[in-house]
Design a protein around this ligand. Sequence first.
Ligand code: ADP
Ligand code: MG
Length: 467
Amino acid sequence: MATANADKKWERCLEIIKCNVKEQEYQTWFQPVEFVAFDTEAKELTLRVPTNFFFEMLDGQFKPLMYNVVWRVFSKGVSIIYRIQTDSNSDIDIELEGPSDGVRQQRMSKDKVFKQPVRRPAEDDLDSQLNPDYRFENFIEGESNKLPRSVGKSIAENPKQSTFNPLFIYGSSGVGKTHLVNAIGLLAKELHPEKRVLYVTAHQFMVQFTDSRRDNNFNSFIHFYQTIDLLIIDDIQELSGAKATQEAFFHIFNHLKMNGKQIVLTSDREPASMQGMEERLLTRFKWGLMTELEKPNQDLCRKILVNKMRRDGLSIPEDVIDYIAANVNESVRDLEGIVNSLMAFSVVYNRDIDLALAEQIVRRTIKYQAKPATLEKIIEQACEQWSISQEDVFSKSRKANIVLVRQVVMYLAQKHTKMTTSKIGLHIGNRNHATVLHSINQVKDRMLTDKDFAKAIGEVEKRMKES
Ligand code: ADP
Ligand code: MG
């Protein structure tokens, strides 16, 4: 059968489908489906769908209807192949068997890495690296974290379900991302002891990757990650600008996803505002569920305080709790810091915790918060650290120490301010976006191998905050 003819047949299928589903369902799920080809010999109809989620909907909700119609219009026994169009480099074909047979076969095109069988190592050789203190039981629920918490729990309970894959949790510092993903890992392990669960920070991942390349161990590195059932990577934004590491992660991601393994990622920003991350990765981050861990609202702060008091055997008067909950709403980490300071003060000075003391401590914390990093502060502190003048940063000089400080400034500006890389470039001697990304990479690479350099940057960061 000629494809042109088959094309018409698919249109006929759509007409029938349209009569059998709600108008809105038709528009949402079927209108975007594109006919690709029909192979008469193989009896295969290939359709293109925009995302994995479409495939799951068509496969899950509409599978009987699809087969019914396709078999009626084309011929009985035709199989449907969905091609998920993510980007030009990597089409993924997924073949579904007939409606009577629920078994799904998955087939990857192009990339050979995925075709290699992966042998599972013995179960007990894996250190999950999970923090045993970060459990669901002590992750207090409130309005601001209800959704991520419940999705996280459902993933831990049923890591095979694939709708929330990857689970992408984002939110600012101290809102509980690390706690939540550890809780997911711990619960998954508890309920499914046979599963290989791994928690790593993106930074660790990058270091392992760099080491593996240096030691010619790259294949073992990839292989190791391909054996994981639940992979948790914390602070994925740290891979920004690290091109080679992103490439490795891309392979691992595809392999795990295609094999129904769960991926959980956290980030301090949403994919849309992530600079220096490859487009195809950003696309993949959005495949599953993106959910924000919001800053704790007053109600959650209250609950966390009460819980902490109970746990630590503290007694904090009601008005003090109200005051803290009303005034600290940036992060749970701050909240904990304030309670610890209150406790320390009351012990050291043998003084009851009262409103006056709380006000004093909260004011100090909030004042500290109210000073966000600015480019000026970064430049000031970086120049001091390496003893160069501030004008040099803006100059065209190629002297090694000046170039270094300039790169450090770019790195810190991206990390601590909300400036885009283009804007950073514009402010620092009118350099373009690519130069900025390259500089940031250079700093990241050097930090991995040069401890003194990493330490010096840490000092600049510390002073930036204090100044
Ligand atoms: P993030 O990774 O988002 O920067 P963390 O997960 O490190 O934040 O959380 C900071 C601190 O706040 C941790 O000590 C964590 O246990 C605590 N925390 C955050 N959210 C909650 C919560 N809902 N209930 C109890 N403790 C929380
Ligand atoms: Mg964290």
